[in-house]
Ligand binder design. Sequence first.
Ligand code: ASP
Length: 438
Amino acid sequence: MKVFKFGGTSVGSVENMRTVMNLIADGEQKLVVLSAMSGTTNKLVEISDYLSKKNKESALSIISSLEKKYYNVVFDLYATKEMKEQGKHILEERFEVIKSYTSGVFPEHGGRALLAQGELISTALFALLMQESGYNALLLPALEFMKIDSDKMPDSYFIKDKLNSLLKSTPKADYYITQGFICRNDAGEIDNLQRGGSDYTATLIGAAIRSEEVQIWTDIDGFHDNDPRFVENTKKVDTLSFKEASELAYFGAKILHPQTVLPAMMNDIPVRLKNTMNPPDSGTLITSDSKTKGIKAVAAKDGITAIKVRSGRMLNAYGFLKNIFEIFEFFKTSIDMITTSEVAVSLTIDDPKHLNEIIAELKEYGNVEIDRNQTIVCIVGNMISEEKGLAAKVFTALEDVPIRMISYGGSRNNISVLVNTNDKKATLQALSNKLLNS
Ligand code: ASP
């Protein structure tokens, strides 16, 4: 059975929901993962922020406009009076839960429970639409089988076990509809797989049921060789290996949630990125095949902080780097790029939450310099660190851009450079002009 995942825009309006229905209803059994309708999760985040700041009035005003929007959706989505009533009933139930958080003390887990309502609504409305249209569609509750452990990592054994028994015990359906993004944590509370996590749900499910293919449907026809928001004339990439796709997703390609590739890679399940607005296009196919050599694409990740520690104590000393890395480990802050010289080490982080504590500890070891507002530009492909002359081409392409750090040879799939975010667009454009399109 194939797994199809549709993002917020794909189910973002009545018209789009109908498009998705017509697209999946080809008689072939599938499991369909849906996001919340576009904009909903952001609204739920706002509601939760207001409630944690005890601003009940502002929360209620957003709830009321969201509720109005959904009643209009229900009115337009269904043809019969009976189904409109059932749709309203779904909304009553969900909005009762949302409103329940506006009275009393807002609990710690309240935000996560609120965030889950978007997917619970979109899937229930969509399954009802399919049923009204005469399809054998069934809702599978993700909160019964999606689970994360105490480290917030998906519990793949639990997911596999629960989902497969759920599929065995529920009546046979042609189309199973389930929620992306949401799950339970080790305490049994409602939780999630982080923003954009529906893609991750899809490959976790694909791995659990040993799906023949996971298709991620968005509003663009696959991975592009550069970021189309900043660069003109980008081209779709037809195939990528799992390693290339995960580098691109991790280093900023917005089309895929960074962790999505891992379950597919570990279980060798092909992932295809497809465009809801252009279904005949074959999209980008991601598999274990890594035969095609050369540079495939470029991606950029903003919000990077570079940290340099300079110390005479590093000279010919062992254990210096270990001490430095332990500080980051202690503060659960992951490091993306590293470069060293004999007396200094530079590294980057994307989560500055504990930056001040980290700096204070690092000062024990030497002089610390911080550069904020940095961007990692990542050049991804196969065997690129082995190809003669390729490094020269990259650096010639970037001759006009000041580069803060370079990482080369860490893997066969990636050359990364760190630039000031103000130089990002110029960097991406130069790589397109002089490397990808030359
Ligand atoms: N609805 C969630 C979000 O907006 C998850 C997703 O769409 O993948 O982040």
